[in-house]
Design a protein around this ligand. Structure first.
Ligand code: FPP
Length: 252
């Protein structure tokens, strides 16, 4: 009988140190379109497969004890894609949310969406609201999906909110520090990511979590997102544990 690798990797691999796992992993799920083209399929099939990958990595976080996963699903710039692809993605998000919600509740996953949610189709907004409310007390993994998200826009949104409160005399400008600023970001309450994984080879951040990624370790793999499996995630975590995180300081 052959045992698949993913079954073998149900437990935390023994070469990883449980005490030095990242608390929070962020992923830029790139390469869906190119993956599909290589298989002779339409680009949207890559996104469909990408959902399976995301589910697998989320489950892996739960199995291995990683408490937060944030995925970049749709950027503010992605509206510039062909309208059929954008429409497909909106429909896919909605359908996946509807289909997976019961399991997310059972698995104790907290779902959160970040981004300019008001700019999404009404029916998707309703599904997002429903899933966030239904899972708000869940604790095993905080699963955040960045949709209609832009890092610069998020920072401007926080600036505007703080400026308004300063104008109203509710905040003393001298008290605007990092902690207060973070409380005005979409990701309020989430720790900053320790590790950013980008699939499909591009070496850029693409307007993702610009504030929050300040000290994240960056891992880029050539593997396209639909092929990113537990073995690949294991390799990323191994690379992370071999990094020397100094946060701008020197080792004594
Ligand atoms: C980037 O690949 C991928 C996206 C823009 C979409 C990713 C979305 C999902 C995997 C669905 C997630 C669903 C939910 C509900 C959370 P690309 O199209 O840019 O690939 P390419 O660079 O090869 O063209």
């Amino acid at each position: 009988m052959t045992v698949s690798k993913s079954v073998l990797l149900k437990q935390l691999p023994t070469d990883l140190d449980r005490d030095r796992l990242p608390n929070h992993v962020a992923v830029i799920m790139d390469g869906n379109g190119r993956w599909a083209k290589r298989q002779g399929l339409q680009r949207i099939m890559g996104h469909r497969r990408g959902v399976d990958t995301l589910k697998n990595i989320l489950r892996c976080c739960k199995d291995w004890g990683i408490s937060a996963l944030t995925a970049y699903a749709f950027s503010t710039e992605n509206w510039g894609r062909p309208s059929e692809e954008v429409e497909f993605l909106m429909m896919l998000f909605e359908r996946v949310l509807r289909r997976e919600l019961a399991e997310m509740i059972e698995e104790d996953v907290r779902i959160r969406f970040v981004g300019n949610l008001a700019g999404l189709p009404q029916s998707l907004q309703a599904e997002i609201e429903r899933s966030m409310t239904a899972t708000k007390d869940n604790r095993s993994v905080q699963f955040t999906i960045a949709t209609n998200y832009g890092g610069r826009q998020e920072i401007l949104h926080a600036c505007r909110a703080i400026a308004t409160q300063v104008q109203q005399g509710k905040i003393d400008p001298e008290r605007v520090d990092e902690e207060l600023f973070e409380r005005h970001l979409y990701t309020k309450g989430l720790p900053s990511p320790d590790l950013l994984i980008r699939t499909s080879g591009e070496m850029r951040i693409s307007n993702f979590l610009l504030w929050q990624l300040a000290y994240a370790e960056i891992y880029v793999t050539q593997t396209a997102w639909p092929d990113f499996d537990r073995e690949e995630f294991h390799a990323a975590l191994r690379a992370y544990q071999n990094r020397d995180r100094r946060f701008g300081k020197v080792k004594v």
